[in-house]
Design a binder for this molecule. Structure first.
Ligand code: CO8
Length: 262
């Protein structure tokens, strides 16, 4: 097997599934897994035929139960802790900024680093058994892979503080109500729906999807005026693509568009 802790499977239809698989520790993220995820992202970024990505956890119990606590316990220097936090943040930023859509198929516990990983995706599908949480406070630390920032941006400061300070878990239906999750699905249908969604996304115009993500991600960090300027500028860029002509011609000719990604 190419990697010890993850598996990347490409499908001919133009999408891929990345599975985190450390079943003995509920798919917890150790340094080796982070390094493998970095390599998998390199692969995805250099594979133009992959137009959508699904991320999930192996087994029925966990998506990812957080950073590997055994490994965290062994850290002696504060510099090392800061460095590891920065490294995970960079990895999750890369996922968020991938030019293709990323669907998180959350099949079970998404805790600590696992919740933070899920929050770096574009669309979150959750099994009705999934439970989200930031339990780091119980370990005397804080969410160091972006959780304090990304959760607050989705649910607001007060709700983020409530969950990060109490460490309480969020059941899937509550996560849906809070806007963290876009759809709650029965466990046996989760992967099937995630694959269907990836397939659908892989048929959409790639450059348009890339700039939609950019506009929303970058706009969320900016004031409204700046965000609107970004939107107009990206709108202009898309008018210079083959996909724009193909999409509009297909509509006028009453046929399905076939986007080249150019
Ligand atoms: N790390 C290491 N091992 C883990 C982890 C983890 N995060 N989670 C579960 N395991 C292991 C257990 O130790 C156990 O191993 P063993 O069989 O050898 O005893 C096995 O997985 C199964 O787990 P449980 O027996 O505990 O299963 P339960 O069904 O009883 O409980 C829970 C499931 C509730 C998910 C429970 O395992 C749990 O609470 N796990 C820890 C969750 C947690 O605290 N996550 C946050 C970790 S810290 C973090 O993510 C920080 C991110 C930022 C890092 C910044 C860089 C430094």
């Amino acid at each position: 097997m190419e990697w010890n802790n993850i598996h990347l499977e490409k499908y001919d239809e133009g999408w891929a599934i990345l599975t985190i698989q450390r079943p003995k520790v509920l798919n917890a993220l150790n340094a080796e897994t982070l390094a493998e995820l970095e390599q998998a992202l390199d692969r995805v970024e250099s594979s133009p035929e992959i137009r959508a990505l699904v991320v999930t956890g192996a087994g029925e119990k966990a998506f990812v139960a957080g950073a590997d606590i055994k490994e965290l316990r062994a850290i002696e220097e504060t510099d090392r802790a800061e460095e590891l936090s920065g490294r995970g943040q960079q990895l999750f930023n890369r996922i968020e900024e991938l030019s293709i859509p990323v669907v998180m198929a959350v099949n079970g516990f998404a805790l600590g680093g696992g919740f933070e990983l899920a929050l770096s995706g574009d669309i979150l599908l959750a099994s009705d058994k999934a439970r989200f949480g930031l339990p780091e406070v119980n370990l005397g630390i804080l969410p160091g892979y972006g959780g304090t920032q990304r959760l607050a941006r989705v649910v607001g400061n007060s709700t983020a503080k409530y969950y990060a300070l109490t460490g309480e878990m969020i059941p899937a239906d509550e996560a849906f109500r809070l806007g963290i999750v876009q759809k709650v699905i029965s466990p046996d249908q989760l992967l099937k729906e995630a694959k269907q969604l990836a397939q659908k996304l892989s048929k959409q115009a790639p450059v348009a999807m890339k700039y939609i993500k950019k506009a929303i991600n970058q706009g969320a960090e900016a004031d409204l005026k700046t965000g609107l300027q970004l939107e107009s500028s990206f709108f202009g860029i898309l008018f210079n693509t083959d996909d724009r002509l193909e999409g509009m011609d297909a509509f006028l000719e009453k046929r399905k568009a076939n986007f080249s990604g150019k």
